[in-house]
Design a protein around this ligand. Structure first.
Ligand code: SAM
Length: 423
C-alpha cells in the first residue's frame, strides 16, 4: 500500500496544469453553486482557486483557510485533505490514518469525531470506517504520547471526514468546525426558509454590484435581503461565530491566534453602509421574522404587508430577488405564479434573480440559468439583466391589466415551451 501523508503544509491536490503550486484546501458547496463559490473565493483574495464537483480547491497558506472561514457566505465547510491512500480494507484504512501525526491537532483533553462517506467491496459500512479511523488515531496517541482523546460526536475539538471512493481513501481535516451554512443572524425562520448559503449564491449569481436598492416581494424570514445587505455592507459572516474548529487544535498557537485576530480586526474595519432594503409578504408572521432577523444582523429593512402584485420598483436601478412558494411546504397557485412573472416584468429596469423549481412556468427568457439543489429539490437560479430604461416604461402595468405578452398562458410543460421573451 502506498501512503501519502501530508503535514500542515504539504498539499495533495494537483494543480490543473500539472505543475506549479497546488491548492491545499477544499471548500464544500451546495451542488450547482461551485462557480459562484469560486467567484467568491477570488473576491476574498485567496490564490489557486479551482472549481470542482461539490466544491472549490483554493489557497496555500493556513491564513487562506482562516480567511475563507471568516468571509465565505457560500461555502458549507472548509477542508484540508490531509492524507490520501489506497484502501481496500480495514487494515489499509487503519495504517493510512495512523500515518498522519495526530499530535499536531490533538493532545491534552481534546476530543475528536470522525465521519465517513463512501463504501467499497470490503468496507461496506460507513460506521465501521469511522470507528476504524478513530481507533487508528486513538492508538497512535496512546502509544506515542500516553494520551487518549475521547470521542465527542456533537461538539468535537477535531472533526475529520474520511471519504472512500472505490479503493482510495482521503482524510479531510475540517477547519470550520460546525457547518458554515448558518450565518448567525437568523433566529427566526418561516415555513420554507432558504439556506443562507443558497441565498448568498443567488445574490452573487444576480450580478448586482451591491450599491442599488434591493427588493424581495416574498421575503418570508428575510434571508435574501439579509444576505444581499450583509454582502454589500462587507460584513464578514464569520464575525458572528464564537470559535472556528481550527481554534481548538493543538497547532493553534499564540501566533495563529494573532493572525486570526488581525483578520477579524480587518474584517470589522471593512464594513460599509448597507443599501436600501425593501421586503414585503402577505404573511404578517413572516414580516415579524424578517424584522427580528434584521435587528440581529444590524440592518434596516423597510417592510410592507403587501401581495407581490402590488409591489413597485423603488427607482430605475436595483435588484429584485424572489423565492416564491413552490407548492410543497407553501401553497402555490397559477395566479401567484403569474404575479411573480408580472413582478419580473415591472422590475425590468433592475437586475432580477429568482430561485424556482426547474419546471416553474415562465415566458421570460433568462439572461442566465444555473441548476442548483434546494435541499432535495431540483431547482434553478434564473437571472435577468436590467433592460435599458429607454426601452421600457416605468409606469408598471396594474396586476389586473396585463400586457398581451404577460397574459400568455403559464407554461404547461417544459417540452411545449414557446420561444421566451428576453427578460
Ligand atoms: C418560499 S417563501 C420565502 C422564504 C424566504 N426566502 C426565506 O428564506 O424565509 C415564500 C413566501 O412568499 C409569501 N407569499 C405567498 N404568496 C404571496 C403573495 N401573493 N404575495 C406576497 N407574498 C406571498 C409566503 O408568505 C412566503 O413567506
Amino acid at each position: 500500500m502506498q501512503i501519502e501523508p501530508f503535514g500542515l503544509t504539504r498539499p495533495i491536490v494537483a494543480s490543473r496544469a500539472g505543475s506549479g503550486p497546488s491548492a491545499r484546501f477544499f471548500a464544500t458547496a451546495a451542488k450547482g453553486t461551485e462557480p459562484l463559490l469560486g467567484a467568491e473565493l477570488r473576491e476574498i483574495g485567496v490564490p489557486l482557486v479551482r472549481e470542482s464537483r461539490g466544491g472549490v480547491y483554493f489557497g496555500q497558506a493556513t491564513l487562506d483557510a482562516y480567511a475563507a472561514c471568516l468571509w465565505s457566505r457560500i461555502a458549507i465547510r472548509i477542508h484540508e485533505p490531509l492524507a490520501s491512500f489506497e484502501c481496500r480494507n480495514g487494515d489499509d484504512l487503519y495504517a493510512g490514518v495512523r500515518s498522519v501525526d495526530w499530535s499536531q491537532f490533538l493532545g491534552g483533553e481534546r476530543t475528536l469525531a470522525v465521519r465517513a462517506a463512501g463504501t467499497n467491496a470490503q468496507l461496506t459500512h460507513t460506521h465501521f470506517i469511522a470507528v476504524r479511523a478513530k481507533d487508528a488515531i486513538v492508538d497512535q496517541l496512546r502509544d506515542g504520547h500516553g494520551s487518549r482523546p475521547s470521542v465527542d460526536r456533537d461538539d468535537p475539538d477535531l472533526l475529520l471526514f474520511v471519504h472512500l471512493v472505490r479503493e482510495r481513501a482521503t482524510v479531510h481535516l475540517d477547519y470550520s468546525g460546525s457547518s458554515l451554512h448558518a450565518h448567525g443572524f437568523r433566529s427566526r425562520e418561516g415555513v420554507a426558509p432558504l439556506r443562507e448559503t443558497l441565498a448568498a449564491a443567488l445574490v452573487r449569481f444576480s450580478g448586482w454590484s451591491g450599491e442599488s436598492p434591493v427588493t424581495d416581494p416574498m421575503c418570508g424570514s428575510g434571508t435574501l435581503l439579509l444576505e444581499a445587505g450583509l454582502w454589500a455592507a462587507r460584513h464578514a459572516p464569520g464575525l458572528s461565530r464564537e470559535r472556528f474548529g481550527f481554534e481548538r487544535w493543538a497547532s493553534f498557537d499564540a501566533s495563529s491566534a494573532r493572525d486570526l485576530a488581525r483578520l477579524r480586526a480587518e474584517a470589522r474595519a471593512s464594513a460599509r453602509p448597507a443599501p436600501l432594503l425593501f421586503g414585503s409578504d402577505t404573511d404578517p408572521r413572516a414580516l415579524e421574522q424578517t424584522r427580528g432577523n434584521a435587528l440581529k444582523a444590524g440592518l434596516k429593512i423597510t417592510l410592507s404587508p403587501l401581495p407581490i402584485a402590488r409591489v413597485e420598483p423603488h427607482g430605475a436601478a436595483g435588484l429584485l430577488l424572489i423565492n416564491p412558494p413552490y407548492g410543497q411546504r407553501l401553497d402555490r397557485s397559477a395566479e401567484v405564479d403569474r404575479d411573480v412573472e408580472r413582478a419580473l416584468t415591472r422590475f425590468a429596469s433592475q437586475q432580477r434573480a429568482v430561485i424556482v423549481p426547474v419546471d416553474y412556468p415562465s415566458q421570460l427568457r433568462p439572461s442566465r440559468q444555473l441548476a442548483v439543489y434546494n435541499g432535495p429539490l431540483e431547482c434553478e437560479f434564473r437571472g435577468y439583466d436590467a433592460v435599458q430604461p429607454r426601452r421600457i416604461s416605468f409606469r408598471a402595468p396594474a396586476a389586473s391589466t396585463p400586457t398581451p405578452a404577460e397574459s400568455a398562458p403559464a407554461k404547461p410543460s417544459p417540452s411545449k415551451l414557446p420561444p421566451r421573451r428576453p427578460g
